[in-house]
Design a protein around this ligand. Structure first.
Ligand code: ADP
Ligand code: GLC
Length: 476
């Protein structure tokens, strides 16, 4: 089948988080399964600078309010990029640490309309337009309200995947006329959200099928605690809502073949390389005593990820004999909090602010324990990568973490990590201390590592589930 994958970021082209990994890997896996896949995303500066994408089509014009924006298409392998320098040629994808770009509504109205232009120029008649997150949320609305009348798209169905309810693309009401969507959709059954316009809600409302990235999160978001104000809308669409867990790209994330780590390793027999990785990481971090257990955090620095909870227990953890590495980028207050910790404990705590894909491989490989104290977690890739690299997670029992980490059971020795129910410093501390006790009983720890590394998180099963969902959307 013909699948147009519309994503605001996709690996390897542009990445701020797991959405990029998920969209990139799913597109690749579907192609391997003999589907025709066209990945469509904005032509950001980072793509322009790093990939030899060729001019492919255009110009095309999209009127947004009074203004006519001119777009062009660029192509690299199976990806088509929607170019408009005025909107996308910027240092970041969505905003800087101090806030979102003020014209994000316009940027992603243009993207959502550009998706249809791209399909037409490529002569790619999609059976499915698979849209990801609020940035592509208007596309299902355009399909239903505008393009449905166009014979080129008459057979097209849409699937909308929610990667995070915490980011909805909510803009003032004046944005609706800019979008070119009919004004009568501004009502609570449509795009309206407390007097504003909500792009995520548009995706949920008009997609033929809505998915999110784990079964547990699919249940959670139908409750007020996790629905961020859209739980009612999701309950209304419950019969069309599915939870499909992400995978990780086993070729990219494989300690036995990873090019970014000093020595490869695999379970159960050949684990010595992991010690070499730990040594290298410890020396890069300037740790005085590399024999201490090494605990890491890798992730966006945001309220969701709970880096502040990890920061709250860091001092005590250092006192308990631990070395800590933080790799992250995100909101300024969290960055400053971590940097201050780094200065306070230079011999035992290393903070790297920034997005560093290559270094992240060494962090996963060189660490003994992975911290993931998320306040909520739609799926989470960090914990799956950590499991594969033999760094059992100490993590909140929520969303996709619940679906991928098995809590350690001391009597049977089963389990892959250490889960706690409430995202608080006290619960995190308790779980981390417990993990450290198991770590110090060396034989048991090797068992946990073996269990962790034996898990299979490859994309195939999840991609097959998506194909089922596409078929369901198409009514076949
Ligand atoms: P989210 O998408 O919510 O940010 P996930 O756990 O799904 O979280 O995915 C995060 C992905 O981004 C993982 O691949 C993780 O390794 C990577 N990542 C997060 N922060 C950084 C960073 N500062 N440097 C390198 N990789 C990072
Ligand atoms: C989001 C979520 C994360 C998920 C990722 C990919 O950014 O926060 O939990 O793994 O998308 O689906």
């Amino acid at each position: 089948m013909n699948v147009l994958m519309a994503a605001p970021e996709a690996f390897p082209y542009a990445k701020t988080g797991g959405l990029a990994d998920a969209a990139g890997a799913l597109a690749a896996e579907l192609a391997k399964m003999n589907n025709r896949v066209l990945l469509v995303m904005p032509f950001y500066r980072t793509v322009k600078e790093r990939f030899p994408a060729r001019f492919f089509g255009g110009p095309f014009e999209v009127s947004i309010g009074e203004h006519a924006f001119i777009g062009s298409l660029y192509r690299h392998e199976n990806a088509v990029f929607i170019g408009c320098d005025q909107l996308y040629d910027r240092p970041e994808l969505y905003g800087t640490p101090s806030g979102d770009y003020p014209d994000n509504a316009v940027r992603f109205i243009f993207f959502s309309r550009g998706i249809f232009e791209a399909a037409r120029v490529c002569g790619f008649k999609p059976d499915i337009i698979h849209c990801h997150d609020w940035q592509a949320g208007l596309a299902p609305a355009y399909l239903e309200n505008i393009y449905r009348r166009d014979p080129f798209f008459s057979g097209t169905k849409s699937v909308f995947t929610i990667h995070n309810m915490g980011y909805q693309g909510v803009f003032r009401a004046e944005v609706l006329p800019l979008s070119g969507l009919p004004p009568d959709i501004f009502n609570p059954e449509g795009i309206e959200f407390y007097g504003k316009v909500n792009f995520l809600k548009a995706g949920i409302t008009w997609a033929d099928i809505v998915t999110t990235v784990s079964p547990t999160y699919a249940r959670q978001i139908q409750t007020p605690e996790y629905g961020f104000g859209l739980d009612g809308v999701l309950r209304r669409r419950a019969d069309r809502l599915r939870g499909i867990i992400n995978g990780i790209d086993h070729r990219l994330w494989d300690p036995a073949r990873d090019r970014y780590i000093p020595e490869n390793y695999s379970a159960p027999k050949n684990l010595t390389g992991k010690g070499v990785c730990k040594k290298k990481l410890s020396s890069l971090c300037g740790f005085e005593d590399a024999s201490r257990p090494l605990v890491c955090f890798v992730g966006r620095l945001s309220h969701q990820k709970g880096s502040d909870l990890a920061a709250a227990v860091a001092g005590e953890a250092v006192a308990e004999g631990v070395n800590l590495v933080f790799l992250g980028k995100g909101d300024e207050p969290y960055q400053l909090e971590l940097e201050a910790l780094g200065e306070k404990y230079p011999k035992n705590l290393c903070v790297r602010i920034g997005f560093d894909e290559e270094f992240s491989h060494l962090v996963y490989a060189g660490s003994d324990i992975f911290l993931m104290p998320s306040r909520y977690e739609p799926c989470g890739l960090g914990q799956m990568i950590a499991l594969r690299y033999g760094a059992p997670p100490v993590a909140t029992d929520t969303g996709g973490i619940t679906d991928t980490v098995r809590n350690y059971l001391p009597l049977s020795g089963a389990g892959t990590g250490f889960l706690f129910a409430e995202a608080s410093p006290a619960s995190l501390r308790q779980s981390l201390w417990y993990a450290l006790c198991v770590y110090r009983g060396a034989g048991r720890w090797r068992g946990v590592i073996r269990n962790a590394m034996a898990e299979d998180f490859s994309w195939r099963k999840s991609a097959e589930r998506y194909v089922e969902v596409y078929r369901e959307a198409m009514g076949i």
